[in-house]
Design a protein around this ligand. Structure first.
Ligand code: GLN
Length: 478
């Protein structure tokens, strides 16, 4: 059966005539059908994908050189715009909405020869840590179907985990790529804020949002990152910095790194004791291999989750105001009501509970009487975190930590307790608050049979070190 662990192997097989893009697409389509109950895909573009694959196969027989993502089968989280295709952000308010343009990342994927196979389920407006907030039903973790895949990019993580596509693009505002990657045992990369254009990504919290990549290997993530990064006239927050050749630079020489970890992260009472023990023995192994690993104080740890939730809900309350039942999306069918009632009713019926909670929270922290107490305070903490980050990277190459304090939890286990759910983000929100790149690499297995990852973070725009180090760490675990 068709099964390739890396894009490189797939390309070699294509060149040797051992497989075709059509065969690849057929295999993925068959598996998607077989694993339909996981609810990872909201739409599958069967005919289109096969047609695209056939065109690529023809190009090859006519002697065309392989483009970097020739025939690579990709799935898109339901917050990334793909022209002419449905786009709903996992929400009823956008049900039946069709994207009218391509996200820049999608344009770049297509130009590099990728085949887009479908749209993937996620938490509504990317708000959640378990994929239980989707208006289109929850997603199941393929390793244990009674458990969540993580969120908000749950469908995208499961799609790579269960072999339903080679690569998924998700979005990461506070961990939505790394956390589900951890729960599903795949690689999840969130680049530096400003590395990939956000044009065509439905906004949750604009100063945090970043498109991220799910893959089976660090090498594949590096290649996709190289293709979709870079300056964009449609997004002024993208850096004009040149995009390094990540896919080849990742093969740099192995070296000894100076790594930091946060004492408070490993001592946190919410951390599963086995995740702590395995992370500690991995740190020991790193030291034995000649790397320098030191504990660093991080007194601000207790403040990162509240800071994240104050700032992101504030931004969300503004970003989501455009869904008002007038411009696009769902509109109430109530007649004879005034404009304010129309807004209210459309939003009350169109948005799910979690999104409504966050809009209200965000509106509250921005309100005149509370602005300074919450919003300004949180901005000050964000600044302190940035200062702290700069200081750490003047001394260390990277920071390591667990990605999530627990392994994948049971469906329904935390859905009635938002505070407990928010705490699942304790290690992942920090990189978004300060804008640095971070990755979750699937290094470990818990005695409960579930995988978990190690999170690695480097300085702004130092994805080359992030990828090199991650590759080195991944090989240590093998
Ligand atoms: N779990 C976090 C939240 O609910 C992260 C979401 C994300 O990164 N999109 O906000």
């Amino acid at each position: 059966m068709f099964r390739f662990s890396t894009i490189k192997d797939y390309h070699i097989a294509l060149q040797n005539g051992q497989t075709t893009c059509v065969e690849a697409v057929r295999c993925y389509l068959a598996l998607i059908q077989q694993k339909k109950h996981l609810n990872a895909f909201l739409d599958v573009y069967e005919e289109e994908a096969l047609k695209h694959a056939a065109a690529l196969d023809l190009q090859r027989t006519q002697g065309a050189l392989l483009t970097p993502l020739h025939g690579v089968v990709v799935g898109l989280k339901d917050v990334i715009s793909y022209k002419g295709h449905p786009l709903s952000a996992g929400s009823k308010i956008l049900e039946n909405f069709t994207a009218i343009y391509n996200a820049t990342a999608v344009e770049k994927l297509l130009a590099a020869g990728a085949i887009i196979i479908g749209r993937q389920n996620c938490d509504e407006f990317a708000m959640g840590s378990s994929n239980e907030n989707s208006a289109f039903g929850h997603v199941k973790n393929a390793l244990d179907e009674t458990r969540v895949p993580g969120g908000s990019s749950g469908g995208s993580a499961v799609a790579v985990q269960a072999g339903l596509c080679m690569i998924s693009l998700g979005s990461d505002t506070g961990g939505s790529v790394r956390q589900p990657a951890d729960f599903c045992g795949v690689v999840g990369l969130k680049p530096t804020y400003g590395r990939i254009s956000r044009y065509g990504l439905i906004a949750y919290a604009s100063s945090f949002d970043q498109i991220g990549i799910f893959s089976n290997t660090v090498d594949d993530a590096a290649l996709v990152l190289e293709i979709i990064s870079g300056e964009d006239d449609f997004d002024s927050t993208v850096s004009p910095k040149e995009v390094p050749a990540y896919a080849s630079l990742i093969h740099g020489e192995e070296k000894k790194y100076t790594l930091a970890y946060f004492k408070e992260s490993l001592d946190h009472p919410g951390l599963d004791p086995e995740i702590k023990a395995q992370t500690e023995s991995f740190i020991k192994k790193l030291t034995d291999e000649g790397h320098t690993v030191k504990a660093v104080d991080f007194e601000l740890l207790e403040h990162v989750v509240p800071t994240y939730y104050v700032l992101t809900t504030a931004e969300a309350s503004s970003n989501l105001s455009r869904f008002d039942g007038v411009k696009f999306g769902y509109r109430t069918d109530q007649k004879d009501i005034d404009l304010t009632e129309l807004y209210k009713d459309s939003r009350s019926r169109g948005f799910g509970k979690e999104v409504q909670r966050r809009i209200m929270l965000g509106t509250f922290v921005l309100s005149a009487g509370y602005f300074d107490a919450y919003f300004t305070k949180a901005q000050q903490v964000r600044r302190l975190l940035s200062d702290k980050t700069k200081a750490i990277f003047s001394e260390f190459d990277a920071i390591i930590s667990p990605t999530v304090p627990s392994t994948a939890f049971k469906i329904g286990e935390k859905s009635s307790n938002p505070i407990e759910m928010f705490l699942a983000d304790i290690y992942t929100v920090f990189p978004n608050l300060v804008g640095i790149p971070a990755i979750s690499i699937p290094l470990f297995k818990h005695s409960n049979g579930l995988p978990f990852g190690l999170q690695v973070m480097t300085s702004h725009f130092d994805e080359v070190s992030l990828l090199r180090l991650s590759k080195q760490l991944a090989s240590m675990a093998n």
